[in-house]
Structure formats: structure tokens, C-alpha cells
Design a protein around this ligand. Structure first.
Ligand SMILES: N[C@@H](CCC(=O)N[C@@H](CS)C(=O)NCC(=O)O)C(=O)O
Length: 309
């Protein structure tokens, strides 16, 4: 199997979701550390403009967004599954809620409390803090803007609901084993835990804390460092995988047309290329880049907008 090349940084919650999935599935991976703010020249050479963290690369195939990355890892290593059949629909829907609503409750809860910012951006100089704030101001796009009071109240209510899902011998959110929803909720609360000064809110949910310890114990499995240049070389020297998937055309745009694909929520930088794939839950474009060569960049359908150029 080709290397699983993972572009991420340590303090990124969505990266922690995927690192923990590597751990759960015992998949070895290559770790490419990327900057937390723009510019990210090696990454955007691969993606064609998508800048969010993390991104998974397999040779000349580039997978954006952790909802899709989780699907890809499930195909590579079906056991243990992230989607037990009896709860797949509810698990995917709960994961989608956590990756959007819970995440955008946790972010203002942490970043509107100056003491907490210190422990997340610990060691950053005032200039770096300023650069981070300026980067994220542009990045936020359509993400909800809520006050710290609203965020605290919502988080308390969400913690009560999540706490209610664990217990009576049920060790994970939807059953005896973790599913995709566990990984999506976990990365959000992991970020709260890291913001030590405001993490005591989690003490209100002791069963959930025990669940967090079980999730943390999964670990990240084995990984080796790789440089951004080596990752570009891996893309250049590979060809994108053959695409053999039914075309689901809900847009009236044909395969082979030039299109852009962009997130609809935040970090909405579009990626331009030739539409080569549209399935029930995945879109992909082929593009050629001076540094990365010809790559296929894949996105989930949900949360992304396709436009004909
Ligand atoms: N829907 C995306 C969300 C990813 C996301 O919001 N990542 C954050 C970091 S955890 C990000 O991109 N922050 C800005 C950056 O890293 O440039 C996914 O599931 O991958």
C-alpha cells in the first residue's frame, strides 16, 4: 500500500480526530507538519488552494476534509469499523453535528477567554499572536459568531447531553465500541482539555471524562516524519488512482468540465480543475501543478459547493 501522508499540526483538533483514527485502525502513517496559518505553499501546491487542516495524501491523490478522510481510511482498513451498520446513519449525523456545531461552540468558548489562548498558543510572541488573529479573522467566513456567555451555556448543555449517552455499561457514545461520532466529539473536547485554564467545565461530566481517557488511550499508532518537499516528490512521482465510480450528476455539469469546488462554511478558498468524479458523497477534480505534478483532489459532497467555470 502507498504511504498515508498526513499534513497536519500538533494543536489542530480535526488532525487529532484523524490521528486517533490511525490509532484505532492501527494504520502507520507519515507525518508532514504544516504551518497553522497562511501561507502554506507546500500544502496548497498539492490541494490547489484548499488550506484547511488536515489533508491526507496517498501518492497523487489528495483528500480534503476529515469526513472524507475517515471514509478513505475505512476503505483501506475496514476493521475495526468506524461505521457499525446498526448505527451508521445516526453516527454520521452525530459526527456532522460535532464537526460543525460542537466545534464552533468550543472555538469561541476557548478563544474568547484570553487566559485559555495562552495555553493553546503557548510560547507565541505578541507578533505571532497578532498574525494568528489576523489569519483567523479572514478564515472564519460564515462560521457562527457567538459570545463567550452563549458558548459557555451551549457547551454546558451539550456536555449534559453527551454525558447522558455514556454509562450503564455503555462505554462509547453509540455502543460498546467507538464509531465515527466518538472521534468527532472527542477532538472538540480534546481541544477544551488542552485549554487548561478553562478545561474545568469538563468536570461537570465525569462519565464523559472517563470516555475521553478511553479515547486518548487509543493513541496515534506508528508514524514517521516526512518533509513537505518529500511529500511533493511523492505526488510528482505517482499517478492518481484510477476512478471507477458511478457518476451521480445532480448539478447538470458533465465529467471533464472545468469547475471550482469550495467549502461553504469557512476557509472557502476554491480549488479549480477538471471534474473527474461525483459520487453520492464525494467530488474530485484533476489539476496539474508545477510542483506537485498531476493530482486528483477529492472532497466530500456535504459542505462543499461545485461551480462550473
Ligand atoms: N470540515 C473540516 C474542518 C477542518 C478545520 O476547521 N480545521 C482547522 C484546524 S483544526 C483549520 O483548518 N484551521 C485553519 C488552518 O489550519 O489553517 C474537516 O473536517 O477537515
Amino acid at each position: 500500500m502507498s504511504d498515508l501522508i498526513f499534513h497536519h499540526y500538533a494543536n489542530s483538533p480535526f488532525s487529532e480526530k484523524v490521528r486517533t483514527i490511525f490509532g484505532y485502525k492501527k494504520l502507520p502513517w507519515k507525518s508532514v507538519l504544516i504551518p497553522a496559518i497562511m501561507p502554506k505553499p507546500n500544502l496548497t501546491a498539492l490541494t490547489g488552494g484548499y488550506r484547511k487542516t488536515p489533508v491526507l495524501q496517498i501518492g497523487a491523490d489528495i483528500y480534503c476534509d476529515t469526513a472524507l478522510i475517515a471514509n478513505v481510511l475505512e476503505q483501506i482498513a475496514p476493521a475495526p469499523t468506524l461505521y457499525p451498520p446498526e448505527t451508521e446513519g445516526v453516527a454520521r449525523t452525530l459526527a456532522q453535528w460535532a464537526d460543525s456545531t460542537l466545534f464552533w461552540t468550543v472555538i469561541p468558548y476557548i478563544f474568547q477567554q484570553p487566559a485559555a489562548i495562552q495555553s493553546i498558543l503557548g510560547g507565541a510572541t505578541p507578533e505571532q499572536m497578532k498574525a494568528f488573529a489576523a489569519d483567523r479573522a479572514g478564515f472564519r467566513g460564515n462560521a457562527p459568531r457567538i459570545s463567550v456567555g452563549e458558548a459557555t451555556g451551549s457547551l454546558l448543555e451539550y456536555l449534559r447531553r453527551l454525558e447522558n449517552m455514556i454509562g450503564n455499561g455503555k462505554h462509547y457514545l453509540l455502543g460498546a465500541q467507538p464509531c465515527i461520532a466518538d472521534f468527532s466529539v472527542y477532538h472538540c473536547l480534546w481541544f477544551v482539555q488542552k485549554a487548561k485554564e478553562v478545561a474545568s467545565i469538563l468536570d461537570r461530566a465525569p462519565r464523559l471524562q472517563a470516555w475521553m481517557a478511553r479515547m486518548a488511550a487509543i493513541g496515534h499508532h506508528q508514524f514517521e516524519a516526512m518533509s513537505g518537499e518529500q511529500a511533493l516528490e511523492a505526488a510528482r512521482s505517482a499517478s492518481p488512482a484510477n476512478i471507477d465510480a458511478a457518476f451521480v450528476n445532480t448539478f447538470g455539469i458533465a465529467l471533464g468540465e472545468q469547475v471550482t469546488i469550495a467549502p461553504t462554511d469557512y476557509g472557502i478558498d476554491p480549488v479549480e480543475g477538471e471534474l473527474v468524479m461525483a459520487t453520492d458523497n464525494e467530488l474530485a477534480v484533476r489539476r496539474t501543478d508545477p510542483q506537485a505534478g498531476t493530482v486528483v483532489v477529492h472532497f466530500p459532497r456535504l459542505g462543499f459547493q461545485l461551480k462550473k467555470i
